[in-house]
Design a protein. Structure first.
Length: 107
């Protein structure tokens, strides 16, 4: 609801005779109901999406391991792992790391 519409609605309620407490209570109850419905809907949607992705991964040949990670023989045999091929070297003597410089210049 737009802010202008909400302002008019609350002003009309006050003009008709509703107390501040009644207006506040109505807003809090509405926020609680909307938040609860949205939370439950999001939870159900998340569980459904997770089940669908698990089914999709199962049809593609990936199997969940005991640690919760997915493994596939096809993925292992075709390419090296992403972390080994894309992360730079962070050892102190590694030339890929380069010299470490501070942001402040010496005084």
């Amino acid at each position: 609801m737009l802010v202008a519409q909400r302002t008019r609605e609350l002003a009309l309620m006050r003009a008709v005779g509703a107390s501040r407490r009644q207006v506040t209570r109505r807003c809090l109850i509405e926020a609680f109901v909307v938040g609860t419905v949205a939370g439950v809907t999001g939870l159900v949607a998340g569980i459904g999406i997770g089940a669908g992705l698990r089914s999709l991964m199962g049809t593609l040949g990936a199997q969940p391991s005991r640690t919760g990670r997915w493994s596939s023989r096809r993925a292992r045999s075709r390419a090296p792992s992403w972390s080994a091929s894309s992360s730079p070297c962070w050892r102190p003597g590694c030339p890929a790391a380069g010299p470490r410089r501070s942001r402040r210049s010496p005084r």
